[in-house]
Design a protein around this ligand. Structure first.
Ligand SMILES: [Zn+2]
Length: 309
């Protein structure tokens, strides 16, 4: 475990890299990536991530530098990263590049893949359209009428209904409101939860706000209400990484809390220190002494009581 230097705006990238570093499924699989294969922009991201992960594994107190990975990410998706990017976009860029690569890294890119069924019901004609889709994160919406703790949120997940207006229904050809519900059909070995703290509440002009409302999450989470009942799979997951943010939606700083060998650490760019689960829990809401608030959670399937097929 090593710190990472921050060349200006790298804190969101550093925080995500620390989470990826703690994903042992990624650490295992990235060894098979061919170091010389930079034939595609996506392969280059995989190679640079492998080199960085290998550097971070070395027993050295000096911090590593993610700039080669950042250059490869820019070449892949055209984002300069001179301005600070949201941790979710950084995660998606790296994971999508791995999935797009044509070597062994492609399977790492699908480690977080969740298959979902989305149902959209037109409130004018009641027509329901359902579609199957994949994503590499579960969005957690912070709203007054929704549960403010992750276990209850997950337990009610398929019942959570989001209403969207200004939808053009293909059936009744009306600009109307729709109700959207989502059901998870498969659970991956690692699950990324994105807590939607930043929202655009503007209509014609964007108005970005960040909510500091309390949202708690456990160290051990049961995703049993998210799985397809016919598939026997372990549904107990352990939290191993948290990306936290302090500051405003426009300006701030990212850090990561990571768990290694059962102990929690705070990774703040070059700085690394041991901490406790109580410290991690301070990211449930704003207003705590360090000002950090959780944006992204990584859970890993607990396989100690593996279900026998
Ligand atoms: Zn309709």
């Amino acid at each position: 475990m090593r710190g990472l230097t921050n060349d200006g705006t790298y804190c969101s990238i550093n925080s995500v890299v620390q989470c990826l570093y703690q994903t042992r499924e990624l650490q295992d699989a990235i060894r098979d990536v061919d170091d010389r294969d930079c034939s595609r922009a996506s392969n280059r991201v995989a190679v640079m991530l492998k080199r960085l992960i290998q550097e971070m594994t070395k027993d050295n107190h000096l911090p590593c530098n993610a700039s080669f990975l950042v250059h490869a990410m820019s070449a892949y998706n055209g984002v300069s990263y001179d301005a600070q990017e949201d941790s979710d976009l950084v995660f998606k860029c790296i994971i999508n590049a791995l999935a797009d690569s044509n070597g062994p890294a492609s399977k790492i890119g699908t480690l977080w893949d969740i298959e979902k069924e989305t149902r959209v019901r037109c409130l004018n004609c009641n027509m329901v359209q359902s579609s199957l889709n994949r994503s590499n994160a579960i969005s957690v919406i912070i709203k007054q009428n929704l549960p403010d703790d992750l276990q209850s949120y997950i337990d009610q997940y398929s019942d959570i209904t989001l209403t969207t207006c200004d939808y053009h229904c293909k059936e009744c050809h009306t600009k109307t409101q729709v109700e959207i519900t989502t059901r998870v059909l498969s659970l991956p070995p690692v699950v990324c939860m994105k807590i939607e703290r930043v929202q655009n509440i503007g209509r014609d002009i964007a108005r970005i706000v960040k909510t500091g409302k309390r949202f708690s999450f456990p160290e051990t989470l049961d995703l049993k209400y998210m799985k397809e009942p016919t598939v026997p799979v372990d549904t107990v997951y352990d939290l191993y990484a948290v990306v936290a943010h302090n500051g405003t939606p426009y300006c701030g700083h990212y850090t990561a809390y990571v768990r290694e060998d059962g102990s929690w650490y705070l990774a703040d760019d070059t700085y690394f220190k041991s901490c406790s689960w109580e410290d991690v829990k301070t990211t449930y809401e704003s207003g705590t002494r360090n000002g950090r608030i959780a944006y992204m959670l990584m859970y890993r399937r607990n396989t100690t009581n593996t279900v026998q097929m």
